[in-house]
Design a protein around this ligand. Structure first.
Ligand SMILES: NC(=O)c1ccc[n+]([C@@H]2O[C@H](COP(=O)([O-])OP(=O)(O)OC[C@H]3O[C@@H](n4cnc5c(N)ncnc54)[C@H](OP(=O)(O)O)[C@@H]3O)[C@@H](O)[C@H]2O)c1
Length: 249
């Protein structure tokens, strides 16, 4: 029960890694608040988690994030753990990359993530913990992954800088960087056929020394560790949850 009565805000908590983490936080006593864009799955997820509430808040829309934080301030008064997990993917090699595709990814994965942290900070204080979802795509080279890889690489550096800025306030900031994880994101790549998704899945599995995709629950365990007092002497860390893909692949 590492999170008993702690207010946990999971941005992107209605699917995949965020949903698995939201369940795990609640199982350890956390008061869980989740966000997403899709109202139906937000409602479904919130109803499945003991004591949880769900809010529709597009992380790329900064005024929607202001409204979200106002709501949390009014209803809960504080945030003890912020999990900035929302993210979108999309592949395009340099010749096909469009400014629109770049902006769609960066407005959520980098700009949205950083301003979400900025907006949540007034509700956080000493002992607070921020965990961000990065990706091995921000560290390893995958052709076609320019926009996503650049966003996640930028996010990893931003986390270190923010950690340095907040260490004196007693707020820890860390990033979890998953390898291929079996979540709906792989089916959400714009313009990819089912066959192309299957080929991508096989390519990803081949790059993992453990010869499988990870499960969302395996990432959630790392997220909860970094969010908890078990990691009280850890800040600015980048924890890879990737079956050895980055270092051994
Ligand atoms: N799965 C992998 O292989 C993998 C590997 C490395 C890193 N990651 C990262 O892990 C994180 C979670 O992804 P996942 O694999 O769990 O995929 P997922 O099941 O597709 O979940 C993505 C989550 O982000 C939310 N989201 C997306 N855009 C949003 C926006 N503009 N505003 C608010 N919420 C938004 C989604 O909500 P809606 O459903 O309502 O849109 C959903 O809750 C992402 O940051 C992703 O980049 C995943």
């Amino acid at each position: 029960m590492r999170f008993r009565d702690k207010v946990i805000l999971v941005l992107g908590g209605n699917s995949g890694i965020g949903l698995a983490s939201a369940h795990a936080f609640a199982e350890e006593g956390g008061v869980v608040r989740i966000t997403g864009r899709d109202q139906a799955t937000i409602n479904e997820a919130a109803a499945s988690i003991e004591g949880a509430k769900g809010y529709r808040a597009d992380m790329s829309d900064l005024s929607a994030m202001d409204d979200l934080i106002d709501t949390i301030r009014a209803e809960d008064g504080r945030i003890d753990v912020l999990f900035v997990n929302a993210g979108v993917g999309g592949f395009a090699p340099i010749r096909d990359l469009t400014p629109e595709a770049w902006d769609t990814i960066h407005n959520v994965n980098l700009r949205g993530a950083i301003f979400a942290i900025q907006k949540a900070l007034p509700l956080m204080g000493k002992g607070g913990s921020i965990v961000v979802t990065g990706s091995i795509g921000g560290h390893g080279v995958l052709p076609g992954n320019i926009a996503y890889g650049a966003a996640k690489a930028g996010l990893a550096m931003a986390v270190k800088i923010i950690a340095a800025e907040l260490v004196g306030e007693g707020i820890r900031v860390n990033i979890v960087s998953p390898g291929p994880i079996d979540t709906p994101i792989i089916n959400r790549n714009p313009g990819m056929t089912d066959d192309a998704v299957d080929a991508l899945r096989q390519q990803m599995i081949a790059a993992v020394p453990m010869h499988r995709m990870g499960q969302a629950e395996e990432v959630a365990k790392a997220v909860l560790f970094l969010a908890s007092d078990d990691a009280s002497f850890i800040t600015a860390a980048n924890l890879f949850v990737d079956g050895g893909a980055l270092e051994l692949g």
